[in-house]
Design a binder for this molecule. Sequence first.
Ligand code: F0G
Length: 460
Amino acid sequence: MVYRTIIEPFRIKSVEPIRLTTPEEREQILQRAHYNLFLVPADDVMIDLLTDSGTSAMSAEQWAGIMRGDESYAGSRSFTLFEQTVREIFGFKHVIPVHQGRAAERILFALLCKPGCIIPNNTHFDTTRANIEYRGGQAVDLPCAESRQTTTPHPFKGNMDVGALERLIEEVGAERIPLVMMTVTNNSGGGQPVSMANIRAVSAVCRRHGVPFYIDACRFAENAYFIQRREAGYANQSVREIAREMFSYADGCTMSAKKDGLANIGGFLCTNDDALAQMEKELLILTEGFPTYGGLAGRDLEAMAIGLQEVLDEHYLEYRLASVRYLGEHIAREGVPIVQPPGGHAVYIDAGLMLPHIPPLHYPGQSLVVALYREGGIRSCEIGSVMFARHDPDTGAELPALRELVRLAIPRRVYTQSHIDYVVEVILEVYRQREQLRGYRITWQTPFLRHFSCHFEPLS
Ligand code: F0G
């Protein structure tokens, strides 16, 4: 008998209470937070789908590793375990630990990114883009054409447009492009996977032009599992073998272990280039720490090393992707427009399509995020014009993002199916009231990464 129910392949040994709030309390909380969910205390959130980053539940084995961690300043045993694990899974020569993904980005771009340079990606995440722009470079997104059709499914919507990459290199010259990046899965594009064929093709273009190719590896295991399920020729390969092949086409990677490292903190930077690794380690010492701990405790290295092995367990990955799909299918069936198919770590609602009466610069995504919190205490994240609006260089006018998405990111191994059933109910209730939702205006903001701290006011 093959059973239909895919169970959580773990049981729960330690629990955290959820404080239940009323809609009236939540209205007050929203006002105090200036309608920015990043400014709401976590204790006031019932189901936190703000991010899948650093929010994983660690396993008993990881907690045991926390106790075993070797806190030696230099040459820690935990570093050796961590380095061996990363080398074995990712296959790169140099492994540089950092406290999280953006620290790897900062070190990499400090060395490779000069003012006027151009760095293409399938779609840059916000910290990647901001780190490039901070160095005076230009971050260019080259998503494949299929990614623009929100509600039309495609197996590998995370792919890069290879033709557009070739045209860009031809137009600006390879010397202006210090590296090409590929984000797996493509977070800002809907958590969609990238196919092995696309990774191979982008790598070939880079090799032909002598441009280094880097993978932003945050969700590499989820991407590898999608390849196994969806790409011809990979059904009989293990996720571990698929991951190894993905990275074999690259010259290095940046990694936030707060995602597919199943850790609460940590990351790394890898390269095969000896001279670059030397310079990276020098910068690392300046701001993160000695190369055998990189701004982390020995116990964090231990937790990451164990998490990177556990995330490749295919029963875990089957459950993981099934629970995200479950949420997506149950709301899409009732008409909620989502990026199809559901992604690896999150479901993305197209707030632009759901709330066509709210113009992009009145932030339909923000309106939906606030409504989900008010209705059910659910915290989600706007990935639209609040996060990604640009400014016209001539007039200074705000230009809307390509799409107005709201991300419901699912923390790893944290919520059960009844939590997800509740989330479905709340979303469907807000969907029924959608015509009453109104837009927002920003009353205060910072020049970089404004979405973390800006203040909003509802429009009447
Ligand atoms: N790259 C991608 C694709 C990411 O999604 C993130 C973080 C980073 C890099 C930076 O890593 O947070 O460890 O410094 N994404 C989180 C998110 C914050 O919610 O998607 P970090």
